[in-house]
Design a protein around this ligand. Sequence first.
Ligand code: SF4
Ligand code: SF4
Length: 436
Amino acid sequence: MAGGPAFDTVETPSRALIDACVHCGFCLPTCPTYLLWSEEMDSPRGRIYLMKAALEGRAALTPSFVRHFDTCLGCMACVTACPSGVQYGPLIERTRAQIERHHPRGLADRAFRAFLFALLPYPARLRFALAPLALAGWLLRAADHVGLLRLVPPRLRSLLTLAPPVSFRSLTARVAEETPAAGPARLHVGVLTGCVQRLAFSHVNQATINVLAAEGCRVSAPAAQGCCGALALHAGRIDQARALARDTIAVFERAGVDRVVVNAAGCGSCMKEYGDLFADDPAWTERARAFSARVRDVSEALVELGESRAPRHPIRARVVYHDACHLAHAQGVRAEPRALLAAIPGLDVVTPAESEICCGSAGIYNLVEPEAAADLGARKARHIAALQPDVVATANPGCLLQIAAAGRRLGFRWRIVHPIELVDRSIRGESTPNSQ
Ligand code: SF4
Ligand code: SF4
């Protein structure tokens, strides 16, 4: 098997973090890839062992070595499960950066990844690309109905079936740059509008702004903002992530906000890590730390505000709340979204079995590893279906798309919303979970 060099000396995975692993194996039952394949090297413990071997020059970056890291979802369930406090996040990010620098991928893989990273973090390009993608997605769903879907190669199939449900309206929708607080302002907040989020889920951004304003926040959503860099960071493209992060920090500094509010779990977890991302860059370290300290998931921001100002009206529905991994595991935010939903009269909020296991979305994972992602999606969809929900709520655009696609494959047509949409509808007195 062809080999490559082991890790170089630039930003290697931390020896101290690796040595914190005591090999107890408590993380194994919560690792999605270990659940799927029962392979030690596809578990957190096995992957940490491989990192250590590469760090010590005992393992080369062979295709099989790389495969064990490509299949990791970066879901951070292992971080929640680990009694020794192993910080797997920085370990996998730096390992992936080493792989990106040193592992020569095949032409098709390289081209597909280059295409994704030249497109997804750039809303202007994405806007042009999404219209035909949406049409292709519609055609593909039609092909699915007549049994032709299996003729399409798996990666292309995933790309098309997971294409966001965009319309001309959503592609051109804009939220206001400035929204005044209802009543005296309690806080000045900035809202990250995101890359995929602003084009496919602009209604979620609008709901976020509506609720924050109703609760007494002056809301700024600077039009100059771009992608936060989460997709690039989680895939080991650290230079691209840093460039996008610098722009994001600068935009919200100019806006002069007290908090930067995020409604996409993957983006929030990345922005809370900016301090670490620039730890070795003196020109940005302090700015990045100060920025990260102001970042809040929208549920955290609302709970922090304290007593609610806007009355909630009833919505009678059974809601399955799915914990997005980058909210629950990476940020430790579980109680706040549930508290927001529990404050809506009439909602019956339930949690599916195996709530700690990833749905298979995981950034670009369901695009580059479609088979494993589909298996995890089906597993998640079955657990959700067992609870017979009227609506599914989850706080990440990738999970929304993944669970919708997984449900469709099993014949379910759930209404899937961001929790903030339910809060918005409750405040506005809409008695149904969504308008579709
Ligand atoms: S991040 Fe998720 S998939 Fe990767 S090792 Fe940890 S639990 Fe397993
Ligand atoms: S639970 Fe933590 S210490 Fe135990 S094997 Fe997993 S990563 Fe290592």
